[in-house]
Write a protein that binds this ligand. Structure first.
Ligand code: IPD
Ligand code: CA
Ligand code: CA
Ligand code: CA
Length: 279
């Protein structure tokens, strides 16, 4: 396990690198006609800025801490998570937003040691929102401590909801539609920023009560998970059980009451879909 003083050294160095990488994103964000490529589908985008920022961060960290390992969305061919200090990097979370100059995208970077997050940084350079957390030291927005909200009932909760569900290709099936409608009827309202990391940070700072999603990769959740838990919230599997960081499914809430209420509905949705043969 890395000592606290070495964690502080890693944190300070990577925070500086993340802020300067953020300038690259901020400068490019308003540019129209960005060079965009498709990955697995025409909705799965990557720009030269995603690749440039990832390279910048990895080169910068490797230059300072040559023993550290990396998992990065744009450069890792496969995801191998060992106990070694590993930086889990999403160079732009919210690439679709970035392509449209919609100012809700961020760098998400976390340090895992023994497969557990110990540092989490989420930086939206367009809105100058810097969310940070270190294990056991609380969570912060631009240096000010943040806490999850106290809301305990779904009826007064604001939910960060994606418009898809658990099916193998994440479609909006009739069951998922019905589930989303019932959630929006039974809660205060719903939102979605189009960046998993920023959606998680909304839960962390008390602006929303919950976010869940299917299809998430480890780089989408690595920093946000620690920021939510350090802000007093909880991050679990969608069924309320322990989170498997590589399982591509996650539920983050401000507290156990909201977690139980959503997990119950998500389990019921999965059961219904299984019965129908959709899962
Ligand atoms: C995506 C965003 C989005 C989430 C997707 C992610 P990307 O990441 O976080 O909010 O719904 O599952 O893939 O591709 O913009 O880094
Ligand atoms: Ca992507
Ligand atoms: Ca992402
Ligand atoms: Ca990304």
């Amino acid at each position: 396990m890395a000592s606290n003083s070495s964690l502080d050294l890693f944190y300070d160095a990577v925070l500086t690198l993340t802020k300067s990488a953020g300038q690259i994103i901020r400068e490019k964000n308003l540019e129209r006609n960005k060079y965009v490529e498709f990955k697995k589908s025409p909705k799965d985008l990557v720009t030269e800025t995603d690749k440039q920022v990832e390279r910048y961060l990895i080169d910068g960290i490797a230059g300072k801490f040559p023993d550290h390992k990396f998992i990065g969305e744009e450069s890792s061919k496969e995801i191998v998570l060992t106990d070694a200090p590993t930086w889990v990097i999403d160079p732009i979370d919210g690439t679709m937003n970035f392509v449209h100059s919609f100012p809700h995208s961020c760098i998400s970077i976390a340090l895992y040691v023994n497969k557990q997050p110990v540092i989490g940084i989420v930086y939206n350079p367009m809105l100058e929102q810097l969310f940070t957390a270190r294990k056991g030291q609380g969570a912060y927005l631009n240096g000010q401590p943040i806490k999850v909200s106290q809301v305990k009932t779904l009826s007064t909760a604001l939910l960060m909801l994606e418009n898809w569900g658990p099916s193998p290709n994440y479609q909006l099936t009739p069951e998922v539609q019905e589930h989303l409608k019932s959630l929006s009827d039974d809660s205060h309202s719903s939102r979605c920023l189009g960046s998993a990391a920023l959606d998680l940070c909304m839960v962390a700072c008390g602006a929303a009560e919950a976010y869940y999603s299917y299809g998430l990769q480890v780089w989408d959740i690595a920093a946000g998970e620690l920021i939510v838990t350090e802000a007093g919230g909880m991050v679990t599997d969608v069924n309320g059980g322990p989170l498997d960081r590589l399982a591509k499914r996650m539920l983050a809430t401000n507290n156990k009451e909201i977690n139980d209420a959503l997990a119950e509905r998500l389990v019921a949705l999965e059961e219904k879909m299984k019965k129908k043969g959709d899962l």
